[in-house]
Design a protein around this ligand. Sequence first.
Ligand SMILES: Cc1cc2nc3c(=O)[nH]c(=O)nc-3n(C[C@H](O)[C@H](O)[C@H](O)COP(=O)(O)OP(=O)(O)OC[C@H]3O[C@@H](n4cnc5c(N)ncnc54)[C@H](O)[C@@H]3O)c2cc1C
Length: 373
Amino acid sequence: MVTDDLLICGAGPAGRALAHRALAHGLTVTVVDPNPHRRWTPTYAAWSDELPDWLKPNTIAATVDRPVAWTTRRIELDRPYVVFDTPALQDSLDLSGARLLQDRVVEITRPARHRTTGLDLPSIRLASGPILPAGRVIDARGVPRSRALAEQTAFGVIVDRTRWPDTDTYFMDWRDDNGADPNEPRSFLYAVPLNDNQVLLEETCLAGRPALDLTTLRDRLHTRLRSRGITLTGTEPTERVRFPLHGGKPSPSAFGAAGALMHPATGYSVATSLSLADALIAGDPIWPLPARAVNLLRHAGLRALLTLPPPDLPLFFDAFFTLPTASQRAYLSDRDHPRGTAAAMASLFAALPWRVRRALATAMVSRGVAPTR
Ligand SMILES: Cc1cc2nc3c(=O)[nH]c(=O)nc-3n(C[C@H](O)[C@H](O)[C@H](O)COP(=O)(O)OP(=O)(O)OC[C@H]3O[C@@H](n4cnc5c(N)ncnc54)[C@H](O)[C@@H]3O)c2cc1C
């Protein structure tokens, strides 16, 4: 039996990025996924400075130099943001040379002496029966939905730019023109260009347990856009978003959402998976102690979001986006420097009204959202 250097369970953005980079480094690779050729449809985006150098420029559909956060006022962010061309991203993570198996991994086994090779190898068991050993097995199967996990939800429509004359790109727009009562769970508008001709307008529930349902988000989006002069016809292409914000496990043998690379307070993981693929392949530790500490702090951030009274969310983000860009970046993207993350959180805390601080302090000491599966 041929034993590969690397066996990857899951062909989402994380598994595919890892497989692609492993092939580029000359490894033999098998990827198992129930549907390895499934075309990705989500609109993925990231901060430009998070992307690895090896990523092809044609994977970027749009770059926005100064996205806007509308909190209680308009704030321009001094940090370029990119929206991926999802099909181009998937194609650029070329898997020519990998063995693709259409199957489901039902078990991953720790290294054990393997009969045919005589080596201590990890292995997987496929739903169809076979057991496959490999030099290394990486779990990139994502995180299944569960009632216990906080989720992000969103409902979006894609419209022609001519119908959306606003030239701002809204990373978050918390204005209260979506018809929701101020005491109901909040949602914001995410509005980004997809290319020169189209924009995605998405009503987003950042984090909820349970998160807002998609019907509510659709109705809010319709109300919001109507109040800005746009009536939807119902024929616009849509994007539906629902995924767990946490639940992965920090581990040297897991990657992507399954490996806790998703930022639990934002839901972003794609850029982190792209940028960490080479390190994992090189055998570098991707979960040194500082990264584990940052992960815990980020989970405290998710607890805060889940605890804050709905009317306070715009105030919270107003304080956050008023922080220096370096502090915003430390919290949103830096996974290796707990001091920077903690300092950003402390500055944010200090900038908030007392009432909001009290709610946050309670959240920080509660143990509602565990960082592990
Ligand atoms: C609509 C939408 C928009 C998003 N936008 C962004 C964004 O802008 N930026 C960002 O960073 N993140 C975004 N996210 C969140 C997150 O980054 C994505 O969910 C991302 O796809 C996670 O990648 P992943 O490869 O870790 O996991 P997944 O994408 O969940 O991939 C897991 C793969 O494993 C396979 N699999 C599952 N079970 C098995 C099994 N038993 N055996 C073998 N294979 C299995 C699945 O078929 C799948 O292909 C978005 C999510 C959604 C849904």
